[in-house]
Write a protein that binds this ligand. Structure first.
Ligand code: UT7
Length: 316
C-alpha cells in the first residue's frame, strides 16, 4: 500500500461532497494514493517481492508472471514485463490481463489452467492499480471511490486437495459503456481536446454498475459451489471485490451469508479494482483470520462488464 492516505475530509475540500454521504453510500472512510513519481509496476514489485519471499522460492524460479491491471505503466510493454525485468525473473514469460475489477480472478483462472496443463511450476499473479491516475478529482460521482494498491500470490502445483478447486469467468461486452476510460486508445488517441474534456478519466454509470454487481455476485458464487457440491454454510470466508459496502451487504443478504464470514476492508482502501481481492486476502491471512484448510470463495465484477469467481482451499 502507498503510505499517503486521502481522507473523506480532504475530498470535501476538492468537490461538493461530505464525509457522511461517502460513508453511508459507499462505506469508504479513506483510500491510499501513490506519490506522483510512482507507477503501477512499483506497487506490483513490492507486493511480488513479499509473495515470492512468503512462498520460499526465488524470482528465478518463476515460469510465468501475470499482472491484472487497468492502469498499466504504459500501453506497452506490459506491466508484467516491466515487473519481470525488475524482479530478475529471467525464466518467466509475462503478460497483462485486462478484465477490470475482475482482473485478479481472470488471472488466477489463467494461471490455474497453465499449471494444470503441465510445464509450469511457479506462477506469480499480481493485481496492481494506480487508479488515482485515471480518476477525475473534479467529479464527485467517481473521485470518492478509488484508491491505489497491489497484492500478489505465488501459485504452484499442488496435490489437488488444497489451492484452486474451481473457477468461473463471465463477460457481457454489450454493457461496455457502464464503466470505461474513453481516451488514450486507438478509438480516441490522446489530443489537446481529450485532455481538455477530461476524457482520460474513468466514466461510470454507478447505479447500473451497482445493479450488475448485486446480480453477478450470487451467480458467481453458485457457479463455483454447485459443481463442487458445496453449500454456502460450508464456506469459511467470502472475499468479494470491494467496490461499495452496500453491494457487499445486499449480496450477502440475498444469499444468506452471515456478515462475519465476509472479508471487508473497503473502509480503509476504497475500490482498488484488480488489487482489492489479493489485498483483502493478504490482510486476512496476516491478521490470522484465514487459516490453512479453510474454504474461500472470491468474486470479482467490473468493467467489460466482467465477472468471475474462484473456490479455493487455503493451503498455507
Ligand atoms: O469496481 C466495480 C465498479 N464500481 C462499482 O461497483 C460502483 C457501483 N456503484 C456504486 O457504488 C454507487 O452507485 C455510487 C457510490 C457510485 C453512487 O451511489 P448511489 O447511491 O447509486 O448514488 P446516485 O448515483 O444515485 O446519486 C444519488 C445522489 C445524486 O444527487 P441527486 O441527483 O439525487 O440530487 C448524486 O449527484 O447523490 C449525488 N452524489 C453525491 N453527493 C455527495 C453522487 N456522488 C456524490 C458525492 N457526494 N460524492
Amino acid at each position: 500500500m502507498p503510505d499517503r492516505i486521502l481522507t473523506n475530509r480532504e475530498l470535501e475540500l476538492m468537490v461538493d461532497t461530505n464525509d457522511e454521504w461517502i460513508i453511508t453510500r459507499t462505506g469508504i472512510r479513506e483510500r491510499r494514493i501513490c506519490d506522483p513519481e510512482w507507477a503501477t509496476s512499483d506497487l506490483a514489485l513490492l507486493a511480488a517481492e513479499k509473495a515470492i519471499k512468503n512462498a520460499g522460492i526465488a524470482a528465478a524460479d518463476l515460469d510465468l508472471i501475470l499482472v491484472a491491471t487497468v492502469t498499466p505503466d504504459m500501453l506497452f510493454p506490459s506491466t508484467a514485463c516491466l515487473l519481470q525485468g525488475r524482479l530478475g525473473a529471467n525464466k518467466a514469460a509475462a503478460f497483462d490481463i485486462s478484465a477490470g475489477c475482475t482482473g485478479f480472478i481472470y488471472a488466477l483462472a489463467v494461471a490455474d489452467r497453465f499449471l494444470l496443463a503441465g510445464g509450469h511450476r511457479y506462477i506469480l499473479v499480481v493485481g496492481a492499480e494506480t487508479l488515482s491516475r485515471i480518476t477525475d478529482y473534479t467529479d464527485r460521482n467517481t473521485c470518492v471511490l478509488f484508491g491505489d494498491g497491489a497484492g500478489a500470490v505465488v501459485l504452484g502445483r499442488g496435490d489437488g486437495t488444497n489451492g484452486i478447486l474451481s473457477t468461473y469467468l463471465g463477460a457481457d461486452g454489450s454493457a461496455e459503456s457502464l464503466l470505461y476510460l474513453p481516451a488514450g486508445g486507438s478509438r480516441m488517441p490522446a489530443s489537446h481536446r481529450t485532455v481538455d474534456d477530461h476524457l482520460h478519466y474513468v466514466r461510470m454509470q454507478g447505479n447500473e454498475v451497482f445493479r450488475y454487481a448485486v446480480n453477478a455476485i450470487p451467480e458467481c458464487v453458485k457457479q463455483v459451489l454447485e459443481p463442487a457440491g458445496l453449500s454456502i454454510d460450508e464456506v469459511d470466508h467470502f472475499i468479494f471485490h470491494q467496490a461499495n459496502i452496500r453491494i457487499l451487504q445486499t449480496a450477502a443478504k440475498r444469499m444468506g451469508i452471515p456478515w462475519d464470514k465476509m472479508i471487508v476492508n473497503i473502509e480503509r482502501y476504497g475500490n482498488m479494482s484488480a488489487a482489492s481481492i489479493p489485498l483483502a486476502i493478504a490482510e486476512a491471512v496476516d491478521d490470522g483470520v484465514i487459516h490453512p484448510g479453510q474454504l474461500l470463495v472470491m468474486v470479482g465484477f467490473g468493467a467489460g462488464m466482467t465477472m468471475g469467481s474462484a473456490l479455493v482451499r487455503w493451503g498455507r
